[in-house]
Design a protein around this ligand. Structure first.
Ligand code: GDP
Ligand code: GDP
Length: 438
């Protein structure tokens, strides 16, 4: 299990802002809705070559107004963090100063014996003479003044956090090679894209040429990470029959996808999305692979500021079964945004292999079932006892229920949305399996 850091603190001190600052904002090429700060509560971070999992406990608590309920909830949240993390970031507000709730939280934390870093947030202009030493009086060894919103001193905070992470040497999951298949119709630009990626400055191509019958493999390294790129257009078959061409391109897509973790689904910006595009997308989805939608030949499109949005809308309509896949607009010819594909691969791969702690998972599910109760059929009500993640690649969740016949598709979809909202599984399918509890 990776080193887990939990963020606690009363509402409005900037927990979610700090979370976003550390986990990193989504890149703007992805058509995400802005402004929702509480989308994700769980993410992987890396700093100085060390990795950790960050949990924003504020995201687990429901929004309530009554004061004593809030207090109660904060206590629950802090207890949760104590039970489920290795290190706690206790966030306070440097503008407001300490409140009685802060003192309560500090008490609980001190008694827990956990490692705590006191984070004084909203210190937008650091002036050491103006820092109130009431914060030091709380008795925590580590006190760091930051501005989460401006990113001031957040590097110092990350230095501090990672200083507590001991290199175990056990974590050789890093060494694993990420396998990426480039799939799409003939002539869509697959080979051009592979060449563009191999030509990127950050990419080191290693000279172990591997060729399988239906694809050409390239081994490469990006920022120290090993990657295998599978080009399904590698070997072109000459055929006069267009059905043959399609048949072989499907076959190549199938075998490449089978071997891959991530599929780059290439579309043509100058053409409508075809039945064949849908079938190829379906192959990757059915196989449970992570998917990135790459719209190529963007250089040929006459654009205004709406063009990408309109195209994205079309993609979401036509390929509505892979709504989780991020979209990137590129030109393999000019190299535009090809580098961003590499970042997307890393990000999507993290989600594809993400493991959620059972306690965190069940906390999220408990809140979700409180908001939308499980359905009843003929007076019999579905009961969710317990959930646990049983696999990665793709993330797979078992839900133990009283009667699987009551576990309807619509409720499954609701649960999928809940999981996506809480854990941000962008780019990866997730599998939900109901299991009857005996
Ligand atoms: P949470 O409820 O603890 O998660 O708090 P939020 O992250 O939602 O932040 C609460 C408010 O404080 C928001 O309006 C933020 O924009 C603001 N905020 C967060 N960090 C800072 C900061 O470093 N400086 C200032 N001035 N405002 C901040
Ligand atoms: P594949 O069959 O999918 O591997 O497609 P290719 O990489 O062979 O590309 C098919 C044709 O499209 C070639 O003539 C390429 O030069 C052209 N092409 C590929 N990518 C781009 C692009 O981004 N912009 C433009 N204008 N042409 C492209």
């Amino acid at each position: 299990m990776s080193f887990t850091v939990a963020i606690v603190g009363r509402p409005n001190v900037g927990k979610s802002t700090l979370f976003n600052r550390i986990i990193g904002k989504r890149i703007s090429i992805v058509d995400d809705k802005p402004g929702v700060t509480r989308d994700r509560i769980y993410g992987e971070a890396e700093w100085n070559g060390k990795r950790f999992t960050l949990i924003d406990t504020g995201g687990i608590e429901p929004t309530v107004k009554e004061k004593d309920i809030i207090l109660n909830k904060i206590k629950q949240q802090v207890d949760f963090a104590i039970d489920n993390s290795d290190l706690i970031l206790f966030v306070t507000d440097g503008k407001d100063g300490l409140t009685s709730t802060d003192l309560d939280i500090a008490d609980i934390l001190r008694k827990s014996g956990k490692t705590v870093i006191l984070v004084v947030n909203k210190v937008d202009n650091f002036d050491s003479t103006k820092i109130d030493n009431e914060f030091y009086k709380l008795g925590f060894d580590d006190v760091i003044f930051v501005s989460a919103i401006h990113g001031l001193a957040t590097g110092d905070l990350l230095d501090k956090i990672t200083s507590y992470i001991i290199d175990s040497g056990l974590d050789n999951g890093e060494e694993e090679i990420v396998k990426v298949a480039v799939i799409g119709r003939p002539n869509i630009g697959k080979s051009s894209l592979v060449n563009a990626i191999l030509g990127e400055e950050r990419v080191i191509v290693s000279d172990v040429p591997g060729t399988t019958r239906d694809a050409i493999d390239s081994y490469l390294e990006v920022d120290g990470k090993k990657m295998l790129l599978i080009d399904t257009a590698g070997l072109k078959r000459k055929s006069k029959m267009s059905e043959d061409v399609e048949y072989y391109s499907m076959l190549r897509a199938l075998s490449a996808v089978e071997r891959a973790d991530v599929a780059l689904l290439v579309l043509d910006a100058t053409e409508d999305i075809s039945e064949q595009d849908k079938r190829i997308a379906g192959i990757a989805h059915e196989a449970g692979k992570a998917i990135i939608i790459v719209v190529n030949k963007w250089d040929l499109v006459e654009k205004d500021s709406y063009t990408a949005d309109e195209f994205s809308k079309k993609i979401r309509d036509e390929l509505n079964f892979i709504k989780y896949a991020p979209i990137v607009y590129i030109s393999a010819k000019t190299g535009q945004r090809v580098g961003q594909i590499l970042e997307l691969i890393n990000r999507v791969m993290e989600n594809y292999t993400l493991r959620i702690k059972t306690s965190v998972l069940n906390e999220v599910i408990r809140e979700a079932t409180a908001v939308t109760e499980p359905p009843s059929i003929k007076g019999k009500k579905l009961k969710l006892y317990y959930a646990s993640q049983v696999a990665v690649k793709p993330p797979t969740f078992c839900f133990f229920v009283n009667d699987i016949n009551l576990f309807h598709f619509s409720y499954e979809r609701y649960l999928e949305n809940v999981l996506r909202k809480a854990f941000g599984f962008e780019g990866t399918p997730i599998v939900i399996k109901p299991k009857q509890r005996k």
